[in-house]
Design a protein around this ligand. Structure first.
Ligand code: 4AD
Ligand code: MG
Length: 462
């Protein structure tokens, strides 16, 4: 395989001929020399290609190479006179592969706004910021698998098309092949789902948890890592309609074990980016979120703060004059409250537990007080909720009663209920929003800038 530019940059000067392929970011020319900065996405830094014009003897070729062109340059690695790189490529063998017209190319040398780059999402990976985001996303994906694989968790592939609402929140996108201009009806005038593709109503999944639980009841420790979909009308900087979620599920595990794994897992991921994305994290730390590297390094060393929902509410109520949505026991915490907990009260990532049952999903284990459930949210500064999870209700009768309270039909969840009939055990799990993780470690302000093609209300371009 040919070497990537990141590898060429680590080479010592030598007489061996090597080849670099990539896209030109900048071109500078003097009377005798032409400098091209070439990037192939493998590192933030590009390779400086230095061309002796006389040896090349083809000014027309140089003139045709512009910002955005793709080129192949062969030559030798030499030590660089410039201050910003140790080595460069001295080349007199240059091929223009694809030209790039200067007048229409949407990426100019100047700094573009993130809003503008969202409109040209098909080209934004060619910028420093989006190249770095893409590499950090890759390192985090790899570190997720590494964490679980090293600990004997089995990766399970749960379906994306599903008939059941895993969160019971009614935020699902429907999947249908029915002709919407001519919907088949039953004799009673209702939609005749029998004529739809699956012979029933079906949706894009909001979470792989329920199917994940069925596998945890056989394989003990499993995880899922895949796309999930939510038709919630949230136009915020931390919500997407399509996002990736990591969902471990552990049998023979209570909430305490769940919290311990969530904390160790997040710290593993923070360590991984510091170790494997050094250059990119330096970039984010310097240009996006000041001191992010140091912040992560400190978090790795410090135990997360634990707080029950009831205690968190007591603390928050003291500051109700500062919130646009005042706090009282029973409300769902808003992002302003979550940020206040982590930035002002705890000054640390915080695990909030034991939420009121009415604001959490039907599957969370009911506490003895019968008012709260064994749910947990991991909150981080600047962002709020990054993980949501719980110990699951493992008792058949209690689960049936909870479903009735939440107006869910047990018939729709018959297979899920079976797990409570056949060898039920205490079990727990959580979901990490992958884009929230990427957003947190990079310091990027808008979640739409940490996924290649964001989907949000009224946004499904590309
Ligand atoms: O808290 P949520 O809704 O929990 C679940 O889906 C559970 N089934 C997880 C489990 O216990 N296995 O979602 C989990 C995480 C949130 O903490 C958040 O990080 C992320 O998924 N998330 C979103 N990320 C981006 N856009 C959205 N619309 C999101 N909704 C949730
Ligand atoms: Mg949640």
């Amino acid at each position: 395989m040919k070497e990537r530019i990141s590898t060429l940059l680590k080479r010592e000067p030598s007489s061996e001929v090597v080849t670099a392929e990539g896209w030109v970011r900048t071109k500078r020319e003097s009377k005798h020399v032409c400098f091209l900065e070439v990037n192939d996405g493998s590192s933030l830094k590009g390779l400086q290609v230095v061309i002796d014009k006389e040896r090349l003897g083809d000014q027309a070729l140089l003139d045709s190479i512009t910002t955005g062109s793709s080129i192949i340059a062969a030559g030798t690695i030499v030590s660089s006179q410039g201050a910003s790189q140790a080595v460069e490529l001295a080349s007199s063998n240059l091929t223009l592969v694809g030209s790039c017209p200067v007048d229409t190319y949407p990426l100019q040398k100047k700094r573009h706004s993130l809003e503008y780059l969202r409109e040209i999402a098909h080209l934004r990976a060619r910028t420093n910021t989006f190249g770095a985001v893409t590499r950090v996303r890759n390192v985090l994906s790899w570190a997720i698998h590494q964490y679980f694989q090293e600990r004997g968790f089995i990766w399970v592939h749960t379906p994306l098309i599903s008939a059941s609402d895993a969160e019971g929140a009614g935020q699902m996108f429907q999947v249908t092949t029915l002709d919407l201009a001519n919907v088949p009806k039953t004799a009673e005038g209702a939609v005749n789902w029998d004529e739809d593709f699956f012979g029933r109503q079906s949706f894009l999944t909001v979470s792989g948890q329920l199917e994940g639980e069925t596998y945890a009841m056989a394989m003990k420790n499993i995880y899922t890592f895949g796309p999930t979909f939510r038709a919630e009308n949230s136009n915020t900087t931390r919500h997407l309609s399509e996002f990736w979620m990591v969902e471990p599920e552990m049998a023979f595990c209570t909430l305490d074990g769940n919290m311990a794994v969530a904390e160790e897992f997040l710290k593993h991921l923070f360590k991984a980016v510091l170790e494997h994305s050094g250059e990119d994290m330096e970039f984010f730390s310097n240009f996006v979120e000041a001191g992010m590297r140091e912040t992560l390094a400190k978090i790795i060393e410090t135990p997360f703060v634990h707080l029950t929902y009831t205690d968190a509410v007591k603390e928050l109520e003291k500051h109700n004059d500062r919130f646009s949505y005042p706090v009282k026991w029973g409300i769902d915490l808003q992002s302003e409250h979550e940020k206040f907990i982590t930035e002002v009260i705890a000054k640390s990532p915080t695990i909030v537990t034991d939420y009121p049952k009415d604001i959490k999903a039907f599957y969370m284990k009911l506490n003895d007080d019968e008012k709260t459930v064994r749910g947990m949210d991991v909150l981080v500064p600047r962002l709020g909720e990054i993980i949501g999870g719980s110990e699951r209700e493992a008792d058949y009768d209690t689960l049936i009663a909870r479903m009735a309270e939440m107006k869910l039909d047990p018939a729709d969840y018959w297979w899920y209920l079976d797990l409570r009939r056949y060898g039920s055990v205490p079990h727990s799990g959580f979901g990490l929003g992958f884009e929230r993780l990427v957003q947190y470690v990079t310091g990027m302000g808008n979640i739409r800038d940490v996924i290649p093609y964001p989907r949000a209300p009224r946004l499904a371009d590309f």
